[in-house]
Design a protein around this ligand. Structure first.
Ligand code: 5GP
Ligand code: MN
Length: 348
């Protein structure tokens, strides 16, 4: 085994000086906080809790702090009951960030992505390490491991741990967390999933005892009645703009109420129109409270929805999955979208 470890088994290699810095910062720190982006998804929580288990294994005091709670579909995730969410424990979340000596920022690269915890994060005197796979980091930190070509932060974390010789601290629970992040950020290995490294990682996670079929069922194939109905209704209401190869789904606050919507119920809805071969990108507008519309976009191939979200909705993300926000009513958001869509025809 030792012999195999010395060989470059993985194609993705992280600079050794970054790995050494991470190891050194971890070893000299006692009180560590891990945080991830607002509305945490499988990758954000998966990478955070996998790291939580590893750092606990190394004898550290460690907490995972987020702006808001885990969605229902991820409540099963090992460790997630220990999450300190600012929506429920605001003071504690802020205190933990302020008193940490090291903060790991997982699955985001812009401080605004921690939402209400932004000031506490930015003002904390803690050393900071970013492990992330989004484009264009805009964050100050002591170490930034940014690899947009890696399909999930969870896979990237595994590679960091592997190069650190710390994968022995990945117990079965941590392995399940990493697998969950890898699975959710690739649509169960249906996009961004041609990198052979992913399958070497999975091989190791399975040897640590994960039940990948059960994880699929828990995360991707478990839904509430409201989710099943809302997904159907959203698809029924979909509008196609064939001339622009675009699809739009909108749900108003009133409609969401009618369907007894809870957070996470519309996860994945934006992906559905992409199954139509003539559609290159899909936009989902969800009207939240406070005159705010959440924008979610997905695309196929080279067409960049992160550019659209950055240029018009104060957001960003990846080429094929991005999001942002619109301040105003749903009708205003729809009008803005219809105005900008023709501007992107040249990239189709
Ligand atoms: P979703 O559509 O699932 O909410 O988000 C898809 C991806 O878009 C996320 O992984 C994240 O990278 C990006 N994203 C979503 N919302 C925002 C936002 O408000 N700001 C930025 N910068 N990125 C976002
Ligand atoms: Mn991610």
């Amino acid at each position: 085994m030792a012999e195999i470890k010395k060989q470059p088994r993985f194609r993705t290699v992280i600079a050794n000086d970054l790995i050494e810095k991470v190891k050194q910062l971890v070893l000299v720190s006692r009180n560590i906080v891990i945080t991830c982006h607002v509305s945490p998804d499988g990758d954000a929580l998966g990478s955070s809790f996998a790291l939580w288990y590893v750092l606990k294994g190394l004898g550290k005091t460690v907490n995972v702090v987020t702006a808001d709670c885990a969605p229902r579909a991820l409540q099963f995730l090992p460790g997630v009951r220990e999450l300190v969410a600012a929506t429920r424990q605001g003071d504690r979340a802020r205190e933990l960030l302020a008193s940490a000596d090291l903060i790991f920022c997982m699955d985001f690269n812009d401080p605004s992505r921690v939402d209400r915890l932004m000031n506490s994060l930015v003002n904390s005197k803690a050393r900071k390490i970013v492990i992330d796979h989004h484009l264009d980091p805009r964050i100050e930190a002591d170490v930034i491991i940014s690899r947009p070509e890696v399909s999930s932060t969870s896979a990237l974390l595994y590679l960091v741990l592997w190069q650190s010789h710390w994968t022995r601290y990945l117990n079965r629970s941590a392995a399940a967390c990493i697998y969950t992040g890898m699975m959710t950020d690739t649509g169960n290995f249906s996009y961004n999933s041609n990198d052979p490294d992913l399958y070497l990682i999975i091989y190791d996670l399975m040897r640590k005892g994960i039940d990948k079929d059960n994880l699929y069922r828990l995360v991707m194939n478990t839904a509430s009645e409201s989710r099943v109905r809302i997904m159907g209704y959203g698809q029924y209401k979909m509008q196609l703009l064939p001339a622009h190869k675009a699809a739009i789904i909108t749900l108003s606050e009133e409609q969401l109420k009618e369907f007894d919507y809870t957070k996470g119920d519309t996860e994945g809805l934006v992906n559905v129109p992409l199954s139509i071969p003539e559609i290159t990108y899909s936009v989902f507008l969800r009207e939240d409270a406070d005159n705010c519309v959440k924008v979610s976009m997905r695309s196929k191939g080279e067409f960049s929805v992160s550019r659209m979200c950055e240029e018009h909705f104060g957001g960003g993300g990846h080429t094929n999955a991005a999001g942002g926000e619109f301040k105003g009513s749903l009708d205003m958001a729809i009008q803005k979208l219809l105005d900008i869509i023709p501007l992107y025809d040249e990239y189709l």
